[in-house]
Each structure stands twice: as C-alpha cells, then as structure tokens.
Design a protein around this ligand. Structure first.
Ligand code: CA
Length: 136
C-alpha cells in the first residue's frame, strides 16, 4: 500500500472571496481533507472551518445573501474549476469523510460570507488534501 504524499497546505485567507489552489481533483479519485485554522468576520466570535450558524446582529436577516445560504456564516466552502466550468459551492467545514464526487478541476475555497464583504475578515484556514484512492 502506498503512503499518500502530504501536500503543502493550501492557505485560504478569510478576506479573499475565492482562493484558487494548484491542486487538481481527478475523476474517479478519492480524497481526504484536513483543515486547521481560525478566522473571524468583523467583530463576530472567532470560528473554525465549521462556521457560526447564528452570529447575531444584522446577519441573522441576511443569511440568504451569503455564498451558500444553507451553510453557516464563515464555514469553509469548496468547489472545483475545470473543463466543465465551476461546480457549485459546497460545505467543506472540517472536511470530514472521504470525498469522491467533486468534478475534475482545480480546487477553490472561500469563507461563507457575502460577496463584497470579505474586506473585514481576518485569519485563515490551512487545507491539506490527500489522495486516498490507493487504499486510504
Ligand atoms: Ca465580512
């Protein structure tokens, strides 16, 4: 059994509305994600990649405006950008489980915030992606 190579972590700063990584998802492969980090939106509480369901204040009424309305504020989102275009944003969070259904393409990440309101975010996530197709 091959030991999967550890890739350098992908840095996802909270204040960037879309981070495109060098990592290419290949069709038919299986991946595990390892996510570490803390980030913060304005004066909300610090949060990990799972985000904050109810940060309070005005955001309680603006939830439908964020990138992925059904996911928590500041949750880590993922999609791929490939030959068929960009896939929809999906909740990655802490990256639990094995992922085998992302379309081929480069991984992209962002915090679940409203476009145009990334400027007041700070902190970052570090994402490691391991190809576990060979027996992981
Ligand atoms: Ca913000």
């Amino acid at each position: 059994m091959n030991i999967p190579l550890q890739n350098r972590p992908i840095e996802v700063p909270a204040d960037q509305s879309c981070v495109t990584s060098e990592f290419e998802i290949e069709a038919g492969h299986r991946y595990r994600f390892q996510v570490e980090g803390l980030w913060i939106d304005a004066k909300d509480p610090l949060t990990g990649p799972e985000g904050l369901p109810h940060p309070g204040g005005i955001r309680e009424r603006l939830g439908g405006a964020k990138r992925l309305p059904e996911a928590a504020w500041m949750a880590l989102l993922v999609r791929t950008k490939g030959p068929a275009g960009k896939s929809p944003w999906r909740l990655l969070g802490r990256g639990d489980g094995v992922w085998s259904d992302l379309p081929p393409g480069r991984l992209q990440f962002c915090a679940n915030d409203v476009l145009g309101f990334y400027w007041n975010n700070s902190g970052k996530m570090e994402v490691r992606v391991v190809d576990v197709t060979q027996g992981g």
